[in-house]
Design a protein around this ligand. Sequence first.
Ligand SMILES: O=C[C@H](O)[C@H](O)[C@H](O)COP(=O)(O)O
Length: 275
Amino acid sequence: MRPFISKTCPLIAKFNIATFSTLLSQASMTSLEAAKRLAAYQAVDQHIKSGYIVGIGSGSTVIYAVERLAQRVATEKVVVSCVPTSFQARQLVVQNQLTLTDLDVTPNLDVCIDGADEVDSNLDLIKGGGGCLLQEKIVASCARKLIIIADYTKNSSQLGEQYKKGIPIEVAPMAYFPIKTRLEAKYQGQFMLRMAVNKAGPVVTDNGNFILDWTNFDQTLEWKNVNQELALIPGVVETGLFIQMAQEAYFGMPNGSVKVQKRSAANSLPFFSSV
Ligand SMILES: O=C[C@H](O)[C@H](O)[C@H](O)COP(=O)(O)O
């Protein structure tokens, strides 16, 4: 198909070429990527205002949130400063020429926008599929609001229903084996040391730690208690269980709509408390 190009009106020509390339890029996107982008764009439009300090989460969905934020900075002259949650997030902020800050300079964030591996009906989350859980949880705990962006495959009624890669637990390297042994004696399931791809040995996080992925767990566990139990084990640095932290989740749906799930105020932990 040849795009219509007007010789008499350069504006029409420009519009048609721009519209055509947008349509082309949307058509070539998978429905999953389109769903991530829908959710990210809507969340950024609804939750980020000029003057905000914004936590930038990690993962593939957050790429679209940063893309939208950069568009708003360019077109609406929105002024924001961004606190990244990983090396990847920092790169995204820098590459999109957004203002970079950190928790030393700006410890109180207005909002944190992040992805998730699974979201249950209480808005409790599994995070850390990309290994970035520790800094994500720290940054989210400094924000007034944690807003989750995801595609429709992340929307579950209970944790473990759809996401089968397990609950990540970040551990100090010297402690991984005793922790694994102890947890396998206590809980149903396996605690697998996450191995690197294209590198011999385990995945090493941005913080120099290892990750145990807890698979085949009992989905009916009381996650708030489990999270507290895990956090008390010497050598456990952080878990990928984000309990009572997220206020809203935006799910991009296959039909092009966005489903918004909200937490009631009664079911929220106080600011700066994540366990
Ligand atoms: O460690 C990774 C983070 O917790 C991500 O936010 C999570 O894995 C979701 O990533 P994605 O948006 O790529 O599904």
